[in-house]
Design a protein around this ligand. Structure first.
Ligand code: FMN
Length: 186
């Protein structure tokens, strides 16, 4: 690795025992040497209102500052009704505005997600990839990390106990580091 990399981790759930927030905490522990994952919690961000976009709430100002300060992004998203949860989309919308002042543009990103179902956030992840087109965020294509049957992979304290999932996350983070270094050379 050339120089230390910082990653801003955002989970698209507010739930106390969220599998996705737990997966993000696991990623923080599994980060390769020299890589720091800082977690941004979405709790408390008001609903987007275009009337306020030039004078946004303090949390949004902080979110934009932190996106800009970090080298890369890690989205950990649940799937709600076949898409990205509103709480995540809301934060994405805030930080993309006002027009011409998006904090997202040019950032490398990795995407993963956990679901209690079998299909394991695939549809939400592909919607998020579509959103990344307009944000000009560059999501890593592979590996794809879709944590299905989440209730069997985390313990009651939210620790990720499934070794194969931990290995997938390690590989995702290693790939994100390589991807970030490639984009840095441009
Ligand atoms: C409003 C709502 C919609 C949901 N829709 C889906 C869905 O489309 N696909 C899916 O796999 N799970 C769906 N689920 C189940 C979530 O995968 C499950 O609640 C998951 O644990 C949410 O993530 P979290 O544990 O990080 O909060 C839905 C849950 C809620 C609350």
């Amino acid at each position: 690795m050339n120089k230390p990399i910082t990653i801003l981790g955002i989970a698209g759930s507010l739930r106390r025992q969220s599998y996705n927030r737990s997966a993000l905490r696991a990623a923080k522990q599994l980060a390769p040497e020299g890589v720091t994952i800082d977690i941004f919690e979405l709790e408390g961000i008001p609903a987007f209102n275009e009337d306020q976009e030039t004078n946004p709430p303090a949390q949004v100002v902080d979110l934009k500052k932190r996106i800009r300060a970090e080298d890369a992004l890690l989205f950990v998203t649940p799937e709600y009704n076949y898409s990205v949860p509103g709480v995540l989309k809301n934060a994405i919308d805030w930080a993309s505005r006002p027009y011409g002042d998006s904090a997202w543009s040019g950032k490398p990103a990795a995407i993963m997600g956990a679901s209690i179902g079998n299909i394991a956030t695939a549809r939400a992840q592909y919607h998020l990839r579509q959103i990344c087109v307009f944000l000009n965020v560059f999501p890593l294509n592979q590996p794809e990390v879709m944590i299905g049957n989440a209730s069997q992979r985390f313990d009651a304290e939210g620790n990720l106990t499934d070794e194969s999932t931990r290995e997938h996350i390690r590989k995702l983070l290693q790939s994100l580091v390589q991807w970030t270094e490639r984009l840095r050379q441009k």
